[in-house]
Design a protein around this ligand. Structure first.
Ligand SMILES: [Zn+2]
Length: 90
């Protein structure tokens, strides 16, 4: 088994997105193709882009670090879309 890249968890911050949580794997360093699977275990999508995009709505997918960074950055935005989005995941 030669898995060169591990599966990463990514989040779509679009409040209107139906999925929100994805698992992405970089398939090819050359062509930058991402294999994106929803948290609902649907069939995987292949996304050709420099960074993974949400197959559902086309938004840039955030890493867990980026999501947390958003919290640390603006505490007054606790009721903002991102907060609603994260609460929606639980
Ligand atoms: Zn989305």
């Amino acid at each position: 088994m030669t898995h060169s890249s591990a599966m990463e968890e990514r989040f779509c911050a679009n409040p209107h997105c139906l999925v929100g949580r994805w698992s992405v794997t970089l398939c090819s360093d050359v062509n930058q193709v991402w294999r994106v699977i929803s948290c609902h275990d649907d069939d995987p999508y292949l996304v050709a882009a420099p960074s993974p995009l949400c197959p559902c709505c086309g938004d840039h997918l955030l890493t867990p670090f980026e999501v947390e960074g958003g919290f640390a950055d603006g505490r007054q935005q606790e009721e903002g879309p991102l907060f609603e989005f994260v609460r929606h995941l639980r």
